[in-house]
Write a protein of this length. Structure first.
Length: 56
């Protein structure tokens, strides 16, 4: 289930899901995902500003 976290000025909604204790990620996997997201944050933000991957 997804829960609203915040809505940005352009009506983009940020959501989160409940934390599951089973089938979780190891600390090393979380660190790797964090590094990946941080390295791509500028691309994610640019795409969000432009309307996503499917915008003209």
């Amino acid at each position: 289930m997804l829960y609203p976290f915040m809505t940005l000025n352009d009506n983009t909604e940020i959501v989160h899901s409940e934390v599951l204790n089973n089938n979780g990620f190891s600390d090393k996997e979380i660190e790797e995902f964090q590094e990946l997201i941080e390295s791509m944050a500028h691309i994610i933000i640019e795409l969000a500003r432009e309307g996503g991957l499917e915008s003209p």
